[in-house]
Design a protein around this ligand. Structure first.
Ligand code: ADP
Ligand code: MG
Length: 698
């Protein structure tokens, strides 16, 4: 049997393949582009294209595609074959440097939020040489960015790459000040922990709500949910184990370092974590991982649910974004060092993140805003919609000492002064992790826990990278002019802690009282829904900051805001319509049938035995009749709320109708139906219940 090392990365045009198949000169030049962002010239591209094609053909590929991430959140591809007409009516296999660098998908039906007039509908895709090409099926996939002819970003990758550049530029300025002239490039790294549910495919197919919206719109809670906490890290069931094994193999072949897997808190919930890598590659890998999770599930008679909240009352799924900064020389800028000087640098980068998260809490919230994630954020198992940060007791203590010019515990009576030799040793391993914090420092990285399981991590990282770049820019402007560097540095750290201390919170983020404290005393923002937060994308300070760093122009932000709001409303309207249809065609008929059955029983019994009470039958029928009437009425009300949304004429207004009218009615309708479910005989209920679904996989 082949071992993992034999097939790991076999479907990737990676460094080893490049080194083998390219001339030394071409390889070195491409490497410079990958590592330092150097410009790539066409002769190099031609050589790479030719080698890539030969390699792909040797692996059985016949087609190629520019693989990109449009604003819909999934990935898109349009396949072209390598075939070109040759002499004598034969074909040759061709692929040029310009085809590699630039593609022109006819993507006129992908959303552009008004950025692309139909006459210039085509837009173009541009190769991202920093993310390796790979083979999927018979197709060579080339990771690309997607722009309009005016150069405006129509995808998630373009601003992501721009944000990585912005961060690099500003971080290099800071590193210079610390004497690190040798550093050429700084990268954000991302490790994406992906949560998901596995269900039996047959059961799934019986539920229109799951098939259409990826979540259950009905369903009474099961008698046993996650109360016993017996699923978390529990033994993995054989069928799930087979799935995970198969999934790992597929991911490893694609060079994705899937590393850990375990059961999650909820029944049927699991998690996969890869080893972290550069942000853009990690995000490409996560997109691929989500896709492959689905296709592998199919092979096993399973379905993989990536929705953030597939089951009411049961933990939802998130995607933790583990984030750090590293240099081409191997430094992790978020890792406390061995010397006071290194620690001063570490503290400055730490402060840059604190400032960024506080100044742009709204952007972080916006970056994870989707209809699906709204159902999860603020529910009992997920971080609330309020952004706050957790640093661990020791680090918080160090910062507090700075703020108050007080001695820090481990330094005895000395006050902390960045002189710089008196800086205390910093904790290397914050073990006291706070699982309720939406943004936690975990030793040498931050873990942003708000992103939802179904979405792309691009937006979260775009905002994070750029906001941190902005802090670093302000710091560098100040420090470059400083007469006494240490003095200025000390002041800067102190100032940051004083100004932004409100974002630091070590308590229980799930607690009711936190919401009050955060909003009333600390003035943190709390946007419960996508409709609430998205319009703030266009707040002046946000537009100013994102365009200053060349990450998104105002026009691009407007288009994104439009698309995201539209997506929010459409998602919920589809769900509402699914509910209305399910109620009239499945639920009400099922109730009627069961009532009929019960009344016949009662009638028969009355013939056999005189003066029977028949209180069970009477009770159930009267309860069900009342519920059915309610269901019928609320469903009609939901229908008119949907009509109101249809009639509204702008996206923001539509989103507000969805939030204020449609969603509350959906909730009400669901409650009536769930009450009916527990009264109706199991065989009469038209689709599998929570018990069956959640415990469907052995
Ligand atoms: P937990 O479930 O306790 O949060 P896991 O071990 O499941 O932790 O996941 C941790 C994730 O963080 C992994 O994807 C890992 O590769 C990633 N990670 C570890 N170190 C770094 C780092 N320096 N930068 C970014 N991500 C990191
Ligand atoms: Mg985690």
């Amino acid at each position: 049997m082949a071992t993992v090392t034999d097939y790991f990365g076999e479907l990737v045009f990676d460094d080893a393949v490049m080194r083998e198949s390219l001339s030394q000169e071409v390889y070195t030049s491409l490497r410079r582009t990958i590592d330092e962002g150097a410009e790539l010239d066409l002769s190099v591209a031609n050589a790479v294209a030719s080698a890539m094609k030969d390699w792909a053909i040797s692996k059985g590929a016949t087609h190629y595609t520019h693989w990109f991430q449009p604003l819909t959140g999934i990935t898109a591809e349009k396949h072209d074959s390598f075939i070109s007409p040759g002499k004598d009516g034969r074909v040759i296999m061709e692929f040029s440097g310009s085809e590699l660098i630039k593609g022109e998908p006819d993507a006129s039906s992908l959303p552009s939020g008004g950025l692309r007039a139909t006459f210039e509908a085509r837009g173009y895709t541009a190769w991202d040489p920093t993310s390796y090409a790979f083979i999927k099926g018979n197709t060579l996939c080339i990771p690309t960015a997607f722009c309009s002819y005016g150069g405006e970003a129509l995808d998630k990758k373009t601003p992501l790459l721009r944000s990585m550049d912005a961060l690099n530029r500003q971080a290099l300025r800071i590193l210079k000040l610390f004497g690190h002239d040798e550093v050429k490039r700084v990268w954000p790294n991302v490790g994406a922990e992906q949560e998901y549910f596995l269900l039996d495919r047959e059961m799934y197919r019986q539920r229109t709500d799951l098939v259409i919206s990826g979540r259950t719109l009905f369903g009474a809670r099961p008698p046993k949910g996650q109360e016993m906490d017996d699923h978390y890290f529990g033994a993995i069931k054989p069928r799930v184990a087979e799935y995970m094994e198969d999934l790992n193999r597929e991911l490893w072949r694609l060079g994705i370092m899937a590393k850990t897997e375990h059961n999650e808190t909820a029944p049927a919930q699991h998690e996969l974590a890869p080893i972290f890598t550069r942000a853009n590659v990690a995000i490409d890998h996560n997109q691929l991982t989500m896709e492959i999770m689905g296709t592998v599930a199919q092979r096993h008679g399973l379905v993989c649910l990536l929705h953030e909240k597939p089951f009411e009352g049961v933990n939802g799924s998130g995607k933790h974004n583990n984030w750090s900064l590293s240099t081409d020389t191997g430094m992790n800028l978020l890792s406390p060092g061995d010397t006071p000087y290194e620690n001063a640098q570490f503290l400055l980068f730490l402060c840059a993140v604190i400032k960024a998260v506080d100044d742009y809490q709204d952007l972080l919230r916006i970056s994870v805003a989707t209809a699906g994630n709204d159902h999860r954020l603020g529910a009992s198992e997920a971080p609330p919609a309020i952004v706050s940060m957790y640093l661990g007791e020791e680090l918080s203590g160090v910062l507090r000492a700075f703020e108050n010019d007080e001695p820090y515990l481990s330094t005895g009576s000395e006050t902390i002064k960045l002189g710089v030799d008196s800086l205390p040793d910093l904790p290397k391993d914050s073990t006291d992790r706070n699982r309720t914090s939406p943004f936690a420092f975990t030793g040498n990285k931050f873990e942003f826990r708000m992103p939802g399981s179904a979405g792309s991590l691009a937006s979260a990282n775009i905002m994070l990278n750029t906001a941190v770049a902005e802090s670093l820019r302000i710091y560098a402007d100040f420090l470059e002019k400083a007469e006494d560097f240490n003095e200025a540095l000390h002041g800067l750290i102190k100032h940051t802690v004083t100004e932004h201390g409100r974002i630091l919170f070590s308590g229980n983020g799930y607690d009711e009282s936190w919401v009050r404290e955060a909003t009333e005393q600390r003035g943190l923002s709390n946007y419960a829904t996508t409709a609430d937060c998205l319009p703030h994308l266009l707040d002046e300070k946000n537009v100013e900051m994102l365009s200053r760093h060349g990450v998104c122009s105002e026009r691009e932000l407007r288009s994104r805001c439009e698309i995201l709001l539209d997506n929010y409303s459409k998602t919920e309207i589809i769900e509402a319509n699914t509910m209305i249809r399910t109620v009239s065609r499945q639920i009400l008929p099922a109730i009627a049938e069961f009532e009929d059955r019960i009344s016949r029983t009662a009638a028969h019994k009355a013939v056999i035995v005189k003066d029977l009470d028949c209180s069970y039958e009477r009770d159930v029928i009267s309860k069900l009749s009342a519920l059915a009437d309610n269901i019928y009425r609320v469903s009609a009300e939901l229908e008119s709320a949907v009509e109101e949304e249809t009639a509204a004429d702008n996206t923001e207004h539509k989103a507000r109708i969805v939030r204020d009218r449609v969603l509350p009615k959906m909730k009400q309708l669901r409650e009536c139906c769930d009450s009916a479910e527990v009264l109706v005989g199991k065989e009469y209920w038209p689709f599998p219940t929570y018990e069956s679904l959640l415990y469907s996989v052995e």
